[in-house]
Design a protein around this ligand. Structure first.
Ligand code: SF4
Length: 403
């Protein structure tokens, strides 16, 4: 019988490499000229270069390469889908197996944290001011890149803490507060200021446009989608993935009375909800999604993790109705093909069926002093792609400001 893992809320899902294993792994690197791994990192983190530094035990040099190229280097090391990007491109794939680039990056970033290395510093002022709305991945990247050019940047966010989807859309077993805080500290070390718990609506936006030389809107996809016309979604006990992950993060996993949980959705966010519900002491957790196991959007790593935690998954089924009088009591599911039906008892139903733009920013495009980017412009991609988009937009803003 397979042993079911039991982890407390926030406990890391995977262990890092120790220094001996790191050196062994780095010594497998072929030190490729014009490294394919570096070509395939959307944010230009340049693994070929930082692995070379690690190989020669120059850990500070490795941190410098990562930080200068990717301001969210610590978070990306943990949550990037390396198996689809740098590791897939690695030359060692043709020999045996790719270098564990994510693990080497995580080790370098751990050195920065443990040794308190100060890699970045504020640049002399160029006299320009920019506001960034949204302290998520693209907002942080835009802020950091502009600050490096001497721009005075203030980041506004409606949440109490910076990080956006990093903090409130991912479970801490995959990305801890400590690692997010490390990346935020790197942004702050460039002189960037944060105005948190401050929601910027259309009126406030107009004021910021008048006050600043440019405004970046990178609010991301911070509202959750629901399945339209599904009976019972207004019952008590029904919530969205983002609301659930956020309240779990704020409560440090101390959520009671989840009871029997059913999660609808087959992406990484749904997997995060499943592990979170399990770690918060739910009586039972099921995940149902419309895709097959082969076509579901979640990464294999995240699916394997919830299966290890003993969460059953129900592929190729869709919800057709939620039952209950005041509070939800069950979910009816129907097979995508054929006539099979399943009814699952439920006290909590969580919908992880995608995210959308907040109403305030719907349809917004770059115009004059306003620049739009990140998930708001490209419809929701990975964190490393949001960093890449942030770097591009920072370049456009710099050009606009003639710096
Ligand atoms: S592609 Fe692989 S082997 Fe080549 S430099 Fe990158 S990590 Fe090393």
């Amino acid at each position: 019988m397979t042993k079911v893992r039991q982890l407390p809320y926030g406990e890391p899902a995977e262990k890092g490499l120790n220094v001996r294993l790191v050196m062994e792994e780095a010594s497998r690197c072929l030190l490729c000229e014009d490294a394919p791994c570096s070509h395939d990192c959307p944010a230009g983190t340049d693994p070929g270069r930082f692995i070379r530094s690690i190989r020669f035990r120059n850990f500070t040099g490795a941190c410098k390469t990562i930080r200068h190229n990717n301001i969210l280097g610590a978070s990306c090391a943990e949550i990037c889908p390396q198996e689809r990007l740098c590791e897939k491109a690695c030359s060692r794939c043709g020999i045996d197996k790719p270098i564990q680039i994510g693990k080497l990056q995580a080790f370098a970033m751990e050195q920065e944290r443990l040794l308190g290395l100060k890699i970045l510093e504020a640049a002399p002022s160029c006299g320009k001011k920019v506001a960034c709305i949204g302290a998520g991945p693209s907002g942080l990247a835009v802020a950091a890149e502009l600050a490096k050019l001497g721009v005075s940047v203030t980041v506004y966010d409606e949440n109490e803490k910076a990080g956006g989807m990093l903090r409130y859309g991912i479970t801490p077993s995959r990305l801890s507060d400590e690692i997010i805080d490390q990346d935020i500290k790197a942004v702050e070390s460039l002189g960037v200021k944060f105005e948190l718990s401050r929601r910027i609506d259309k009126n406030e936006l107009d004021k910021l446009v008048a006050q600043y030389d440019a405004v970046y809107v990178g609010v991301g996809l911070s509202a959750s989608k629901m399945i339209p016309n599904l009976k019972g979604t207004d019952l008590k006990g029904v919530e969205t993935a983002l609301a659930f992950l956020k309240r779990a993060r704020i409560a440090g996993g101390k959520i009671e009375d989840l009871g029997r949980v059913v999660i609808i959705g087959g992406g990484d966010v749904a997997m995060d909800c499943a592990s979170t519900a399990k770690q918060c002491g739910a009586k039972s957790v099921y995940v149902a999604f419309i895709e097959t196991l082969e076509t579901m959007p979640a990464s294999k790593r995240e699916l394997d993790y919830i299966v290890d935690l003993g969460v059953p998954v129900i592929p190729a089924f869709k919800p057709v109705q939620l039952n209950g009088e005041d509070h939800v009591t069950s979910v009816e599911l129907a097979a995508m093909e054929g006539n099979s039906k399943i009814t699952l008892d439920a006290d909590t139903v969580i919908f992880a069926v995608g995210q959308k733009v907040q109403d305030d920013y719907k349809g917004m495009t770059s115009d004059g002093k306003i620049f739009v980017g990140g998930d708001l412009a490209n419809g929701g991609k990975t964190v490393v792609e949001a960093v890449a988009s942030g770097k591009d937009i920072a370049g456009e803003i710099a050009k606009f400001l003639h710096i």
